[in-house]
Design a protein around this ligand. Sequence first.
Ligand SMILES: *[C@@H]1O[C@H](CO)[C@@H](O)[C@H](O)[C@H]1NC(C)=O
Length: 414
Amino acid sequence: MFTSGHAVRFVVFVGVLLFSFASSNIIEEENVLVLTTNNFDDALERYSHILVEFYAPWCGHCQALAPEYIQAATKLKEMGSEIRLAKVDATIEKDLAQSRNIKGYPTLIFFKHSSPINYNGPRKAEGIIQWLEKKTGSPTTIIDSLEQLVAFSNTDKVAIVGFFASETYTTIFMGVAGKMDKLPFGLCTNKDIFDSTLSGNDGIIIYKGFDEKKVVYNDELNATKIENFINIHQFELVSEFSQELSERFFEANIDRHLIFFAPKAEVSTDRSIDLLRSIASDFRGQILFISVDTSADQYKGIIEFFGINQDEIPCLRAVILQEDVARFKQKEPDLSEEGIRDFVTDFLSGKLKHDLKSQVVPDDWNDNPVKILTSSNFNEIIIERKSKKALVEFYAPWCGHCKALAPVWDLLGK
Ligand SMILES: *[C@@H]1O[C@H](CO)[C@@H](O)[C@H](O)[C@H]1NC(C)=O
């Protein structure tokens, strides 16, 4: 039986236990949070703005950064900032460092609502604070008059405006804006303005300098859904490939692309792009349509990457951008509406086989005892001639061991 003394001690003990459980799983050293594999996800959830340094104790640059880092963390805390600084000893937390793809020390990553932004700012306390403040400034422009709305929405790209009377929705919208920080977001809470734009309802409008000019989001106010909607609508039905856009293509979460290779400013190209645009609207959200100007020198690399010969242009390719880029082409080149639709439909339903990039079979492939194989003749020579046995060397031209093996292999072949 507990005496009252025991009971009090028990309550205190439970209190201490709860308290330490709630607060001690992230310890601090001189105002810098110490993160581990176990508390990392928890920290990202708890702090919406957190800069994390992955370091190694023996690394000189890390040692030089340490006092500045502590100073920045302390200053931010004193200012009552919501931004926190944290560190991970990557030599101990190996799995965590690996999962975050840490390649060198120190590596600093800023997590804004859990999405990572690589820190490439200064290494002095003041500089660190300035960089962080710039990244965390309000992600939306406040719009309070019709004139402002007109100015903000008059763009040749996209401008996204949220019209909200409710604070809950404003928070969701700001979260999305903070994540998609390459796009301009406006926020309007002035009811007079939405009377004339959305008949007084809450909502989101994407203004575009292209295609349908304006689209209204009228699904539920859910961050993931809003993001997807913006991802789909931030691109033209057929986007012209450029370096700037290519980064956004990668971030847009649509990993299937149809790419049209043709020289710009030719009548036949324009006609094909018009046709592609009308088809693209039926596949929105599933696949991005992109055109590459084959007359521009800077895109030669892309054309080469797809193994396209000059005499095949204009032509279509499809890709899946996953770890390994899978490329697909039409069985027979066909730029008619039916040909394009069939290609896209078959591609999306997974019916097409990869177009493996292949070296052209050299004329002398069969001249010597060691035969030369490429993807184009491999099946015919190795797989289909079932009766014969073959020993195949898969090599890389730059590999030293392969070079050393070559004369032996030739001799053996003979
Ligand atoms: C938002 O939508 C996504 C995807 O449709 C869903 O997985 C998620 O549960 C939704 N979130 C909320 C808070 O309803």
